[in-house]
Design a protein around this ligand. Structure first.
Ligand SMILES: Cc1cc2nc3c(=O)[nH]c(=O)nc-3n(C[C@H](O)[C@H](O)[C@H](O)COP(=O)(O)OP(=O)(O)OC[C@H]3O[C@@H](n4cnc5c(N)ncnc54)[C@H](O)[C@@H]3O)c2cc1C
Length: 314
């Protein structure tokens, strides 16, 4: 069999959305309202992007009209909202190839070999494809998911434990603040003196360090202490050349501080608006001759039909 014959057939679709974070999910909704079908690809095994991966248990207070909403709850609500549009989901797959053909169509491929031929592509990739920077120390891989973590789910289970948290971005600092006073001990290990997290979080962390509630070490985890298959501690190689032994039951190598771009406000509500603009852009690109109307879901029979709610409005 030749290589060409071995290629799987491409999925034909009007649009592929790269990223199933809140922006990508809302893009599905906006495309659906405009009568367009799409497929969604995400490297994570579940939808929700940062909300589901980095802070599922946390409350969000700045979603318009929802005074408080859990991060996972927001994802669940978005999934519920887009259900009428039956988008195809391809999770656990990173988009590794994207080519614009001469005829304006796009060809996409994922690391698992799924192929798409799409009229348009919405890149809702947020901070980028979530690929945890794995702890490159002996024994870490075997403890992954049990005592070495790249995401924090069910925060309650770490109450009363000795925790070592690695990183200097928002996720790492967030978890330091979350667990201080709840865990038996919290040690923050960051390989630089400077932090990239919000200044307010850094200031609060420093207060906790000064009050003796958090230990802060500048350096990197050099080795794990594993006794009978269980993690009991770690050696931190500090920037000053010393090696410090830290007792810990769990190590978190926090992700989420990858990159930024000028002018972008990294808020969910910005993503929602950008998703709506993108959907209109996709419609204009795929159907250049079609007139675009701004319709309201409250009054548009066609949108209500697409949502499956026609006739229920009274
Ligand atoms: C601790 C923390 C607290 C926060 N609190 C708030 C808050 O209170 N209010 C607020 O508005 N915002 C908050 N944010 C920010 C908010 O989570 C982000 O603005 C939001 O998640 C961005 O959504 P998104 O869909 O654009 O991107 P993301 O949520 O980053 O999702 C992007 C998705 O794209 C996928 N992806 C990227 N590249 C590829 C690829 N090549 N192939 C396949 N998949 C790919 C990723 O795996 C990811 O799932 C917080 C963030 C953190 C870390």
């Amino acid at each position: 069999m030749t290589e060409t014959q071995a290629l799987p057939e491409a999925i034909e679709t009007e649009c592929v959305v790269i990223g199933a974070g809140p922006s990508g999910l809302f893009a599905v909704f906006e495309l659906g309202l405009l009568g367009m079908k799409c497929h969604v690809v995400d490297s994570l095994q579940h939808p929700g992007g940062q909300c589901a991966e980095l802070y599922p248990d946390k409350p969000i207070y700045d979603i318009p009209a929802l005074p408080v909403c859990g991060a996972q709850e927001l994802v669940d609500r978005l999934m519920e909202q887009i259900r009428p549009f039956a988008a195809g989901f391809h999770l656990g797959q990173e988009v590794t190839g994207l080519v614009r053909r001469d005829d304006g169509h796009f060809e996409l491929t994922t690391a698992k070999g799924t192929r798409f031929s799409a009229g348009a592509v919405i890149i809702a990739a947020g901070l980028g494809s979530f690929q945890p920077r794995r702890l490159s120390v002996e024994g870490a891989e075997a403890l992954e998911g049990r005592q070495v973590h790249y995401r924090v789910a069910r925060a309650e289970q770490y109450r009363g434990k000795d925790l070592l948290i690695g990183g200097g971005g928002d996720s790492a600092l967030d978890w330091v603040l979350e667990f201080a006073g709840k865990a038996r001990s919290v040690t923050l290990v960051h390989r630089r003196e400077e932090f990239r997290a919000q200044p307010a979080s850094v200031a609060r962390m420093k207060e906790l360090v000064a009050a003796g509630h958090v230990r802060h070490l500048s350096g990197q985890v050099g080795a794990l202490r594993i006794v009978g298959g269980m993690l009991t501690g770690a050696t931190v190689n500090c920037l000053d050349g010393s090696a410090v032994e830290v007792d810990c039951d769990h190590v978190f190598a926090a992700v989420g501080d990858i990159n930024t771009y000028p002018g972008k406000k990294k808020l969910i509500l910005s993503g929602f608006h950008e998703a709506a603009l993108a959907a209109f852009g996709v419609q204009a690109y795929v159907y250049p001759g079609k007139r675009q109307f701004l319709q309201y879901t409250t009054t548009s029979p066609i949108m209500q039909q697409r949502l499956g709610v026609s006739g229920t409005g009274g």
